[in-house]
Each structure stands twice: as C-alpha cells, then as structure tokens.
Design a protein around this ligand. Structure first.
Ligand SMILES: Nc1ncnc2c1ncn2[C@@H]1O[C@H](COP(=O)(O)OP(=O)(O)OP(=O)(O)O)[C@@H](O)[C@H]1O
Length: 569
C-alpha cells in the first residue's frame, strides 16, 4: 500500500510542480472549494427533508409550497457549482497532463531512452512507450484529480454528515427483546461504520485480481494497436510477399490475447458486481429500516425519520466510496505502475548485466578521431571483431568494410556515443557530425522537413533547398504540396538521394555514411559521392560499404574482421 501511494505521490509531484505550479494549485483549491459548497448544500438538503416531510405530516400546504421554492434554490446553486467545478477540473486536467507528458518526453528523448530501451538492446525494454506517454499520462491525471478531490471532499462530507447523524440519533437501541438487558447509545452511527467496514473487506477480497488484469488489458490493447501500425508501415513488404494471411494470423493472435484477458477482467468485475450492485441498492434503504424501532417507539417523527435516513445514507455512501469505485481504483493503480515503470527505466536505463561497459568516449582534443583497443559487444555479450587501432585526420575519406554482421554499424553507433557495450577508447573531434543510417529517414513531416532534419525548413532559403533537390536528382518532387504524403512512393534510391541532399545542405565537418548509397545505381552513386567530395572538400567522410564506393576517391580503408577473410573478399 505504501509503495503504491509513494509511486502515485511521485508522479503527482512531477505533474504539479515546476514553474508556474501555483496556478495549478490555485485552480485545485478553487475546485475543492466548489466541492465543499456542494457538501454544504447536501446538508441543507438533509434539513430540507425534515422541514418538507414535517409540513406534509402536519398538512401545512403553505409551508410545503415554500419548501418547494427552497428546494429549487438549493438545486440551482448546486447545479451552478457542480458545472463550474467540472469545467475547471478539465482545465486543470490538461495543464497537469501537459507537464507530465513534457517530463516523460524530456526523459524519453533528451535522455536517449528511446534508443537504449528498445527490445533487444536493454534487458528491461519498455513495452509500448507510445501508449504510456500518450494515454497513461492522460489517464493518470484524470484519475488523480478524480480521486484526490473525491477523497478530500469525502473526508469533509463524512465529518459533516457524521455530525448531523450524531445529533439526530440521540436515541439508544434497547436489546431487551433479545433477552439481554443492554442499550446501545447512538446505535445508528456505529451501525453505519460496521456496515461499511464489513462491506469494504468483502469488496477488497473479491476485487483484488482486477488490478493485474487491468494492467494486462492496457498492454494487450497497445500490442494490438502496434501490430496494426506495423501493417501500415510495412505495407509494401507485406504486399510484395503476399503476407496478408500471415498478418491476419498475427493480428488475430494479438486480438485473441486481448479478448481472453478482457473475459477474465469482466468475469472478475462481474463477481465484484454481485456484491456491489445489491449493496448499492440497499445502502439507501437500510437506514430507514434501522431507524424504525425509534420511529415506532415514538422517539422520532416521520420528518425526523426521513432526515435520519438521509443523514445515514449520506454517511454510508461517503464511507462506501472505496466499494463503489474499487474497479476504477484498480485501474488507477495499474496506470500508475505502468507510468512509473517508464519514468524509472528512462531515468536510469539498466544495461545488460555481465556485458562489458567500459567504453570511454571523449570529445575535444586535437581534432583527430582515434580508436584505441576497441572491442565491441552485442547486448547479449557476444564479442564482435576487434576494431584496429586507427587515427583519422580531418578531411580524410575512409572506406570501412568487412563481411556482413562483423560490426560496422555497431562501430558507427559507438562513434556517435550511443553504443554502451564494449571496452577501449574513442576520441572524437569536437565538430558537427552527421550520420546517415542504413534506413533513410522517412517519418518526418514532408519533403523539406526531411531534407533539413532536424532543423526547421523555414530557417533555410527555399531557392537553396530547391537547388539541392535538383542537384541530387529529385527535381520531379519539387513544387507539389508538402506534407507526409510528399514522401509517399519515394523509391529506396530516392530516399537515399534525399538523405545525401541533407549532407550537402548541412555541410557537417564529419560525415558517417552507413551503406547510404547501397540502393543507387553505380553511375548515380559515383556522381553523388563525387558531389559530396567537391561540395564538402574539408569534411571527413567515413563510408561503410560492401563495394568500393565509386566517386568517393577514398584515401584510406578500415577493415573489420579477420585478415584471412579479407583475402577472399
Ligand atoms: N540490438 C542488437 N541485439 C542483438 N544483436 C545485435 C544488436 N545490434 C547488433 N547486433 C549484432 O551485432 C553484430 C554486428 O551487427 P552490425 O549491424 O554492426 O553488423 P554490420 O557489420 O553493420 O552488418 P551489415 O554489413 O550486414 O550491415 C551482428 O551479429 C548483429 O546481429
């Protein structure tokens, strides 16, 4: 229990603290005040019950009419405070959600967690981070507001209603009829506590499995959605391979898991409902039955009985909050657990145990790139081929080659400072580096945003951008409306042209190309690499390629792999 509360507290702090936090807290206080107005009006309603029913009992039509007017007034003020409270709550909800999402995104992107916490790379990958950031942040804030406001209001209401019930139930229950000579003073108050305490225990016992099932349900939903996104992204490969049947089986399997868990969840909620639903129905009637001895004994009038019933049912429904909202509480706990999982994994990504992590990557110094005693490992601890000690000077053009799977891409990741597994030392120059990975960027917002990524296209002269697109042979794509659809249908070679255009535009001092021309015909490859060499004469280019990169005119080579393999390559 303490763990759960600590976790919720930490997340709530993330959402509510920070610059301008006082605005949110003021809003929270205002909403709370409106809730208290609601409680006060409910007490007025209890008093109104007595006045109205007494007027009816005494056949006092004028007073009854006046009480109808009072009723209208109470309802009007109650509606106004409820409505404005709900409206302000939604304002606060989006404000706190924005802060929490902002913190999650900062950790996820700036901290590099999106890279480190991928399945296969980390022993504790975060599944479905997209769902956690988009959906769980929203749900957490919604539940947080609902439950904290409810809890505070209910504690205050409970004290208020208890005071009313205490003052009204000033008659004892005589147990004489059971053969015991004893009286229980103010038995209505004790009865309400006993009644709710017993019921809460039963609720918790019946509803305990819901939390785990709710957690799993979120996961299965996200897995299903993710598989659908993969179908959209891999449309070409699926269509070429005639993979519709396989995709359908995969989607069906995921949906089956989702449905099986859903069945377990609703089964458990049904079992809980077997108790909670009749409880909900009886909780409002029981007080009338319990107060009947006092009514028949002449201790209270009919108006008093109704007032008492009203106070008792207010006390019990307030106390029963836990019972009525058990299912939702279980979901709140599950959402907090998922979100905390994301935050703790992203703030301290756990590396694979037993895999060397003594890679020293330093930048600065004399502008040279030096690799010393470099041994890289896969995340499962397999040693890759050692990287020969090398020094690369600014302006050099290096061809990096070796058989497939030897570790060329991993070496480039280590040079970017993101590969954690290995030993040895990498000294990097303090200069802008641009790396083009094997898969060209394809998810930016359009043609120009991809060309200028990660910069804003508006910060470049449009004639310059057009000129570069022409240079790399993408003139046919110029002129149409830009947007994600402008990237549709680009062939792999065209995507690689677009990526090389980015290098021409940004002119970094160091360029890392990972098979960045593999989809181009030899003539285009030679032309584009020559363009790169001419337009960026002082840039250092490290080019991973299986065949001699035509047009690069490299001045040195780096072979990754055993020497005997090189002889036969
Ligand atoms: N995230 C990972 N999880 C497990 N193994 C990995 C991971 N990343 C790389 N490896 C393994 O490390 C080895 C080197 O991979 P890398 O991509 O660096 O090879 P490469 O030389 O670039 O190959 P290619 O020429 O085919 O692109 C491979 O055996 C690969 O399977």
């Amino acid at each position: 229990m303490r763990v759960i509360l600590n976790r919720m507290g930490r997340l709530a702090w993330l959402a509510a603290s920070g610059p301008g936090a006082w605005k949110g807290l003021w809003l929270f206080a205002l909403i709370l005040a409106l809730e208290f107005v609601g409680v006060w009006l409910s007490v007025q309603m209890i008093n109104w019950s007595r006045a109205f029913y007494d007027a009816l009992e005494q056949l006092d039509a004028a007073e009854a009419l006046r009480q109808i007017g009072v009723f209208g007034l109470i309802v009007a003020v109650l509606s106004a405070s409820t409505l404005s409270g709900a409206w302000l709550r939604k304002w606060l909800q989006i404000g706190w959600r924005q802060r929490l999402t902002d913190r999650a995104l900062t950790l996820w992107l700036d901290g590099g967690a999106y890279w480190h916490l991928r399945p296969g790379l980390s022993p504790q990958p975060v599944e479905n981070p997209d769902q956690r950031i988009a959906q769980d942040c929203a749900q957490f804030i919604s539940y947080l507001l609902e439950f904290t406001l409810d809890l505070i209001t209910r504690v205050v209401s409970l004290i208020t209603y208890l005071a009313v019930l205490w003052s009204l139930s000033n008659f004892p229950l005589s147990l004489g009829f059971l053969g015991i000579e004893a009286e229980i003073p103010r038995y209505m108050v004790w009865a309400s506590f006993l009644y709710v305490f017993g019921s809460s225990l039963i609720t918790h016992w019946l509803g305990r499995p819901i939390k785990r099932l709710a957690y799993d349900q979120e996961r299965y939903e996200a897995d299903f959605r993710h598989a659908l996104v993969q179908v959209r992204d891999g449309a070409d490969q699926i269509a070429q391979a005639g993979g519709e049947g396989a995709e359908r089986r995969r989607l069906d399997r995921r949906f089956d898991s989702l449905r099986a868990n859903w069945k377990r969840l609703i089964g458990q909620e049904f079992i809980l409902g077997l108790f909670v639903t009749p409880y909900y129905r009886t909780v409002l009637r029981i007080p009338t039955f319990l107060a009947l001895p006092a009514y028949f004994g002449g201790a209270v009038t009919l108006g008093g009985l109704m007032q008492l019933a009203s106070a008792f049912s207010n006390v019990t429904t307030t106390l029963s909050w836990f019972i009525f909202d058990y299912s939702k509480l279980a979901r709140f706990v599950a959402v907090s657990e998922r979100l905390e999982g994301l935050f703790s994994a992203a703030s301290a990504p756990q590396p694979a145990p037993d895999v060397p992590r003594a890679l020293e990557v330093v930048s600065g110094g004399d502008g040279l790139l030096r690799l010393r005693d470099l041994h890289l490992y896969t995340p499962s601890g397999q040693a890759l081929d050692p990287v020969p000690d090398t020094t690369i000077r600014p302006g050099q053009r290096v061809w990096i080659h070796g058989a497939s799977g030897r570790g060329k891409t991993t070496l480039l990741s280590a040079l970017r400072g993101v590969w954690p597994y290995g030993t040895g030392r990498v000294s990097l120059p303090e200069a802008p580096i641009l790396a083009l990975p094997q898969q060209p960027l394809a998810f930016a917002e359009g043609l120009l945003p991809t060309l200028t990524y990660p910069h804003d296209p508006a910060s470049f002269d449009s004639a310059l951008l057009e000129g570069i697109l022409r240079k790399v042979g993408l003139e046919r794509r110029i002129g149409g409306p830009d947007g994600p659809e402008a990237l549709q249908g680009l062939s792999m070679g065209e995507r690689q042209r677009l990526a090389l255009a980015r290098v021409l535009l940004l002119k970094p001092a160091w360029v890392l190309l990972d098979e960045a021309t593999s989809a181009l015909d030899p003539a285009s490859e030679a032309r584009l690499l020559a363009l790169l060499r001419n337009d960026l004469p002082r840039s250092t280019i490290l080019c991973v390629a299986h065949r001699v990169p035509a047009g690069l005119d490299h001045d040195s080579e780096l072979w990754i792999g055993p020497d005997d393999e090189r002889m036969t390559a």
